[in-house]
Design a protein around this ligand. Sequence first.
Ligand SMILES: NC(=O)C1=CN([C@@H]2O[C@H](COP(=O)(O)OP(=O)(O)OC[C@H]3O[C@@H](n4cnc5c(N)ncnc54)[C@H](OP(=O)(O)O)[C@@H]3O)[C@@H](O)[C@H]2O)C=CC1
Ligand SMILES: O=C(O)[C@H](O)COP(=O)(O)O
Length: 541
Amino acid sequence: MTNLQEKITAIFPETSQIPEQFQIQPLHQREYLVGGEMRQWAGATQDVYSPIFVKNGDKFESILIGSYPITDEAEAMEALDAAMRAYDNGRGEWPTMSLIERITCMENFLKKMLEKKTEIVNLLMYEIGKSLADSIKEFDRTIEYIYDTIDCLKDIDRNSSRFKIEQGIIGQIRRSPLGVVLCMGPFNYPLNETFCTLIPAIIMGNTILFKPPKHGTLLHYPLLKAFQECFPKGVVNTIYGRGANVVPPLMQTGKINVLTLIGSSKVANDLKKMHPKLNRLRAVLGLDAKNAGIILKNADVELAVKECILGSLSFNGQRCTAIKIIWVHRSIAKKFLNRFTEELEKLKFGMPWESGVNLTPLPEPNKPTYLAECIADAKANGADVINEGGGTTINSFVYPAVLYPVNEKMKVYSEEQFGPIVPVVPFDDVEEPIQYIINSSHGQQVSIFGTNPDQIAHLIDPLVNQVSRVNINAQCQRGPDTFPFTGRKDSAEGTLSVEDALRAFSIRTVVATKDTDANKKIFNEIVEEHSSHFLSTKYVF
Ligand SMILES: NC(=O)C1=CN([C@@H]2O[C@H](COP(=O)(O)OP(=O)(O)OC[C@H]3O[C@@H](n4cnc5c(N)ncnc54)[C@H](OP(=O)(O)O)[C@@H]3O)[C@@H](O)[C@H]2O)C=CC1
Ligand SMILES: O=C(O)[C@H](O)COP(=O)(O)O
């Protein structure tokens, strides 16, 4: 066994070595929420094993951390009926409730969610292997997102003065819901990325079918009762079981008004095609990406290394916003790679609860095999693993591999590896990475590293027309959450941000009349009576 293998083997604890505050009691859940009713499931269940293995002598044993119902198609259909009843063609209690009352419900939910922080953070660590620090960050960021959503809602559309006011017409603009929203999120941010669509969809008056991701289902259970208690019956309905089994029948009914999925483009496109009335479906999608880092000849190499380490390896590269390929000018490639691998060696690997840990076990059981195939394929096509021990795999842990020189024949050149592999391509002319980005089927972000403002300025215009965010001397990232977050081509549909998401899950509607004295009197009274429905959209022109 090499030194690195020994070190990796040593990260897995014996059960008795897990610090007391991080020990976990399995959570065997049987409840699910439909139509405001907490139902008990007596059918098949899914055991959940953590990517954190424990050592038992020479053997590794996976930790069973709980189980949940595999509700089937019949339950999914009941959940759909419940959501449709609660919406009641827009006449239900929730879609007609005033914004002020909806905000109060959300504030109650927020309070209950805060009480569950420790439990949710612990489950995040165990279900997806995210470090304690990042799990706390994910929780806190989600809470902040909800606060910001409430604040933003009070302000949205305040500036409607750009509308031309027709002579003799008075009107009021409001934001109205869209109907039944099917909401699904990814395993890498199972709380935050799901809530960035779930929360705005709820608060805008829609009713919801919520299916959590398979790695990241248990951590939603502490909130099930809060959903039941804080919102009227049928506003939030939960569905468990594999997405591939329960979701297609729902789409085929044609009764889903909004599909919101943060995940892979293949799944999103397949699901959209199943909807019989595509023109009646709104899709709000955050999808895969193959973000490039471009390191120009004159770049500050130290800065580029620091940002590319963060960009490509935070949470083991399992971020949609990760830098998934690095283009480096050939003249500085050696220097960059030497420094990159030196810094990589300093990254701490271990269990998620360890302080300062960067690299942790991977939650997807098939991922180590896929990554090994990517590495083998790159080697067969002429690349080397240039860091010592790159790709070493001990059950659920994969040590990062830096591959160089990568070319277009390799999988890692175009596929989203979504894991700890760093493909590096040398270039002579900056036109090469630009052409790569133009030809890519993805279009989320790019990071340019350089010190010449003119040169960077010259690159921004073509690049910003290919991706949705250009970062200068900084890694790719989603936040701050007030920034529009989207992508071009296969990387997204619709835009998410605190404000954009409120728009994505609603439609602007108008109540108008002729500007006569009699009408004005009636209209003003209506506006007065309905003022709590509008908040900022209380305009009479
Ligand atoms: N642009 C963005 O904002 C973000 C994009 N992502 C992308 O998400 C991906 C990683 O997440 P991952 O969870 O693997 O994504 P998936 O697309 O596999 O899963 C996302 C959701 O879709 C469900 N699902 C999966 N397959 C099907 C199917 N055949 N029919 C119906 N539903 C299905 C999943 O349920 P189940 O788990 O039960 O299979 C899950 O809830 C990466 O590509 C990443 O880039 C991640 C975060 C942010
Ligand atoms: O799911 C993802 O990968 C996130 O959108 C990444 O978010 P971050 O850039 O804020 O880590």
